[in-house]
Design a binder for this molecule. Structure first.
Ligand code: SAM
Length: 260
C-alpha cells in the first residue's frame, strides 16, 4: 500500500456532526461558567422557580465536565480516531488491488481514499449529497483535494447521488464501504431502500463493510433479507461516540458478502 504523499499538506477529512460538537462546547462553557461564578462568590448558584429553589452549582460542574469531555472526544475522533478506524475497517477486506469500490456517503473521502490506496489498479467511486450538517466542509472539491493529497486522484471518481437510488448497474462493485452515513436517513423505510440499493450493486463474490453509529442490528436483518451471506457484526466506534450522538445505542460494523 503506498503511503500518503510525504511532502505537502495532509488530507483533512472534516469534523463529524459539527453542530453537535458546537452545542456540546456551548453547554460545557455555560455549565463551567455557572460553577466558576459560584466558586468565585459572585452569586449563590440558586435559582427559584415558583416556590422551588434549585441549586445549580454541581449540576453546572457536571454538565460542563461531561459535555466538555464529549466535545473533546468528538474532535479527537474526527482528527485521529476515525483515521485509525478506517484502516481497521479496510483491513477486514482481502484486497487483490484491482477492485471496483463504492463508498456510500463518502463525504470528504475517508473510506474512499483509504480504499483507493489499496485498490492500486482499481476504480473507486464515492457517492454523496454533500450535506454540511453531517460533516464540516463537505464538498466534492474537498474530497478531490484530499484525493490529490493521498496521491490517488487518478483512480477516484465522485457522483452526486442519493444512496436510495444509486446510479449504477446491478452487481457493479467488488467492494462496497460505507461509514457513518446510512443513519442520516431518519425513516426505517428509507434506510431499507438504501440497503436494497447497496445489495443490488454488490457483485457476486463481493464484500460489504457497513459501519455506523446507529441501527446496525436493523442493517443485519435487512441485508440478510436481501440475499447477502456471511452477514456478521463486529465492534463499533465505541460507547463515548454512541453516547454523544444521542440515543445511538446500536453502533457497530456489518460485514457481508454476495455469494458467487
Ligand atoms: C458523517 S458524514 C460521514 C462521511 C464519511 N463517510 C466519513 O466517514 O468521513 C455522513 C455523510 O453521508 C452523506 N449523506 C447523508 N444522506 C445521504 C444520502 N441520502 N445519500 C448519499 N449521501 C448521504 C452526507 O452528505 C455525509 O457526507
Amino acid at each position: 500500500m503506498p503511503s500518503p504523499e510525504a511532502a505537502g499538506p495532509r488530507p483533512d477529512y472534516g469534523l463529524d456532526a459539527p453542530g453537535v460538537v458546537r452545542n456540546l462546547i456551548v453547554a460545557a462553557v455555560a455549565g463551567l461558567a455557572v460553577w466558576a461564578t459560584v466558586a468565585l462568590g459572585l452569586w449563590s448558584g440558586t435559582v427559584r422557580v415558583g416556590p422551588v429553589a434549585i441549586q445549580l452549582t454541581y449540576t453546572g460542574l457536571a454538565v460542563g465536565v461531561t459535555c466538555g469531555a464529549m466535545g473533546i472526544y468528538m474532535v479527537w475522533w474526527s482528527r485521529v480516531g476515525k483515521l485509525r478506524e478506517r484502516e481497521r475497517l479496510l483491513d477486514r477486506i482481502t484486497w487483490k488491488g484491482n477492485e471496483r469500490v463504492l463508498d456510500v456517503g463518502c463525504g470528504r473521502g475517508l473510506m474512499l481514499l483509504g480504499a483507493a490506496r489499496r485498490a492500486v489498479s482499481g476504480e473507486c467511486v464515492g457517492v454523496d449529497i454533500w450535506q454540511s450538517v453531517d460533516l464540516s466542509g463537505n464538498r466534492p472539491e474537498a474530497t478531490l483535494e484530499n484525493a490529490r493529497r493521498e496521491g490517488v486522484a487518478e483512480r477516484v471518481r465522485l457522483e452526486t447521488a442519493d444512496m436510495r437510488k444509486l446510479p449504477f448497474p446491478d452487481g457493479h462493485f467488488d467492494v462496497i464501504v460505507s461509514k457513518t452515513a446510512v443513519h442520516n436517513l431518519y425513516k426505517r423505510e428509507e434506510r431499507a431502500q438504501a440497503l436494497s440499493e447497496i445489495a443490488r450493486v454488490l457483485a457476486p463474490g463481493g464484500t460489504l463493510v457497513l459501519d455506523d453509529i446507529r441501527h446496525v442490528g436493523e442493517y443485519e436483518r435487512e441485508l440478510r433479507a436481501r440475499g447477502l451471506t456471511d452477514v456478521t457484526r463486529v465492534g463499533g466506534p465505541g460507547w463515548p461516540f454512541a453516547l454523544v450522538t444521542l440515543g445511538s445505542l446500536n453502533p457497530g460494523t456489518v460485514l457481508a458478502r454476495r455469494a458467487r
